[in-house]
Design a protein around this ligand. Structure first.
Ligand code: LAC
Length: 442
């Protein structure tokens, strides 16, 4: 058997536009595509019909050997033709195609395997691919880089029956979802990943991550995005309210606290079900930078980046530990202050390197971590999230990054850490600035 590639198609074009292919040779999908593109006709010798074992005579009034599903009543046909009636149109009479020898699939099967555009069997229905029932469904709105990474992490966790990715750019979410689903066996997950061209694809989901909106460009602050992203997040939130009224929403779009506020207004959800993702990311950045000192590993650092996802970020060093020791005992204060400063500017640092967009791996991971923590109902973790305080730390009527426990239904508890007076004051100032900014988009 020869394999006919695109080069032979090109040669056939030069030699008159017809490519003659011997029986049994394989024309690659690429070659067929090339032939279509440049107008070459492929003439392949017809396959020899496979030899079949003589068929037993089927009595006219039995269904036993017809391949007709049990229980389906088909009236008996005259002349013993029930077997023919049940086989696919165009096939020789007899049972469905099968291997006729130890290593010889019949020609019809070979063609089906290799022919691009050949009719494929319908995919199994959602949830029948080994999915455990009763698992939640999660969605990600916006199939940009942050959305794709978030969807990937959610699916890898194998905690969900389905992860739906949506984007208004036609085919984008479906393409990414299909690509991610192709990797299911590589990450040991049975979570189905699907894509939709409309936010309405999130219908019935338990958790929705909103990444929709414009990212920053070099030189832009997060607040430069306020108006354009408020319109996008607002309309997305109205659809979430309509189609996933019981969901918990995690907002990633910037400026973070303002957009989370818009999402809460437009969904009308209680504050426990609308959370802003920023503190998890800022805390992770802090831990990664602490790791650069060589004094500890990032995953040993326990700390909380509170306040705003911006200039008013507060990392209370009195609460920061690594391997059970206070960070202030491991690392000198000027170094720690420099680390906090760099954490605050880390988003801009990535923007200035990328030039065409903002960070996406760690933001996507952070949003997914919030959702997996909720799906696990893991109240042992304390994560920094942008939430609405109800008197905790003396704060109200604002939205600010605070340490919280998340449960299956969203915010379970705002944790009151014993902050030092200066840290408490810095947090109160951040909350006040955020209250002003939020009121400007109300
Ligand atoms: C950043 C964006 C997600 O900090 O705000 O990179």
């Amino acid at each position: 058997m020869a394999v006919i590639g695109a080069e032979q198609v090109d040669a056939a074009k030069r030699d008159g536009g017809v490519l003659r292919v011997a029986r049994g040779d394989l024309v690659t999908p690429l070659a067929r595509e090339r032939a279509r593109e440049i107008g070459v006709r492929i003439d392949q010798e017809a396959p020899v019909p496979p030899k079949r074992a003589p068929q037993p005579v089927v009595p006219p009034n039995t269904l036993a050997n017809t391949g007709v599903a049990k229980g389906r009543q088909v009236p008996p046909r005259p002349n013993g033709s029930a077997a023919r009636a049940a086989s696919a149109p165009g096939r020789p009479a007899g049972p469905a195609p099968m291997l006729t020898g130890p290593s010889a699939p019949d020609a019809a099967t070979v063609n089906t395997l290799y022919r691009r555009g050949a009719p494929a069997p319908a995919l199994p229905a959602l949830g029948s691919v080994g999915a455990r029932t009763g698992r939640p469904r999660a969605a990600v709105v916006g199939a940009g880089h942050v959305g794709a990474v978030a969807a990937m992490r959610l699916a890898e966790s194998d905690l969900f029956d389905e992860v739906v990715l949506t984007d208004i750019v036609e085919g984008l979410a479906a393409g990414i979802a299909l690509d991610l689903w192709h990797g299911a066996s590589l990450c040991g997950s049975s979570t189905r990943i699907t894509g939709a061209d409309s936010v309405d694809g999130v219908a019935g989901c338990d958790y929705v991550i909103v990444t929709a909106g414009r990212p920053r460009k070099p030189g832009m602050s997060r607040t430069d995005l306020t108006n354009v992203n408020a319109a996008i997040v607002g309309s997305v939130s109205e659809r979430i309210r309509a189609v996933a009224p019981n969901s918990v929403v995690v907002v990633v779009s910037n400026p973070l606290e303002e957009m989370t506020h818009v999402a809460q207004l437009k969904t009308g959800f209680p504050p426990e079900r609308v959370l802003g993702m920023a503190g998890v990311l800022d805390t992770a950045r802090f831990a990664s930078l602490v790791g650069l000192t060589g004094k500890t590993r990032p995953d040993q650092v326990v700390a909380y980046a509170l306040g705003s996802h911006g200039p008013e970020m507060v990392v209370p060093l009195s609460q920061a530990t690594a391997g059970g020791r206070k960070l202030t005992e491991l690392i000198d204060r000027p170094t720690l202050d420099a680390i906090v400063e760099r954490t605050r500017d880390s988003g801009a640092e990535v923007v200035s390197l990328l030039k065409t967009g903002s960070a996406y791996f760690s933001p996507g991971q952070s949003a997914a971590l919030m959702v997996t923590t909720m799906a696990r109902d893991d109240r042992s973790s304390v994560l920094a999230c942008a939430v609405v305080p109800n008197g905790q730390y003396g704060l109200r009527d604002t939205r600010v990054g605070l340490p919280v426990r998340l449960g299956r239904g969203g915010l379970a508890e705002i944790v009151e850490l014993p902050l030092e007076p200066a840290e408490r004051t810095a947090l109160a100032e951040a909350a006040a600035r955020l209250a002003e900014r939020i009121s400007a988009v109300s």
